[in-house]
Design a protein around this ligand. Sequence first.
Ligand SMILES: NC(=O)c1ccc[n+]([C@@H]2O[C@H](COP(=O)([O-])OP(=O)(O)OC[C@H]3O[C@@H](n4cnc5c(N)ncnc54)[C@H](OP(=O)(O)O)[C@@H]3O)[C@@H](O)[C@H]2O)c1
Length: 312
Amino acid sequence: MRERPSLGFVGAGKVGSTLARLWFRAGYRIAAVYSRDEAKASALAALTGAAAVVSVEAVIEAADLTLLTVPDDVIAPLAASIRTAALSGKSVIHTSGARNAETLLPLAERGAMIGSLHPAYPFADVETALAGLPGATFAVEAEPPLRAWLEELARVLDGRVLVIPAGGKAIYHSAMVIVSNYTVTLYAIAERLLTEIGAPREAADGALSVLLRGTTENLRVQGIPAALTGPLTRADVGTIHAHLRALHRLDPQVADLYRELARLSLPMLAARGVPTDSIRQVLEQEAQDASDDTRYSEDENRRGGDPHADGL
Ligand SMILES: NC(=O)c1ccc[n+]([C@@H]2O[C@H](COP(=O)([O-])OP(=O)(O)OC[C@H]3O[C@@H](n4cnc5c(N)ncnc54)[C@H](OP(=O)(O)O)[C@@H]3O)[C@@H](O)[C@H]2O)c1
């Protein structure tokens, strides 16, 4: 195998365009680009010294290593539709985080080496990704000798390599989605809570973004479990109780989420030597109360609707 493969891209979207441009800058030869939208293929080809071609087969023909940078659901049907009969000496990979390399099995059966290379980075747009991607981790799924090519492609972008065992992609990608996508969901929930009590959106974002930045930094410097702060780590059950009461009144679904996240945090507390019995108790009690809405409301009426009225 050549030390450095020539590269071909199918799909001139966010990931394909970013990777092609970065690897071109790093000295790789980009042999060919195909996209359904010819203008997109031509634009990327012009930026990377590649040929804009009119079929997937033409990309495979021109390149040692072809990247299918298309939506996840397109990968399998696209691979199955490739008409090139003999693929020995060719490598074809995709960049999906969720799909296994096996999605490309029909190509392996015709002699191609197959794999996947997932850049663990949120590609919101090409220009931001060009600046932000270097230093990211690349999840690599391939057998040698293709693996060495993929590891080198990650390294030239100052990337780290995480080798994924066969069949491990779905779990790997769930981890990425939880930390990246659902952080955005949690942020949106927190922003809504602040606007519910009258905070202007700008003020809400100001408060939350600095908090989030500090948390990310704590995670980077101190790691788990030390980065966890807040009422759980102080075993402040009165505060947790007040949060759950207030959230239940505003949106029971958010109260359920809060409770579940608190439960999932308990192992971190135990690892730090924080006593968890009283926390468990308040979480179970609140869960029971929430499942009995009538009792919950009566309780609230008795307290005059003030979550702090019980002095907790
Ligand atoms: N976005 C992320 O944050 C991210 C991160 C890591 C990995 N990935 C993975 O990278 C892959 C591409 O994602 P992306 O975000 O770059 O998507 P994207 O911006 O939507 O680009 C997808 C590209 O695929 C092309 N395409 C769509 N259907 C096609 C078909 N039937 N045949 C040929 N080409 C087709 C589109 O071409 P036309 O526009 O020319 O029609 C487009 O250029 C996915 O597997 C995704 O999971 C994404």
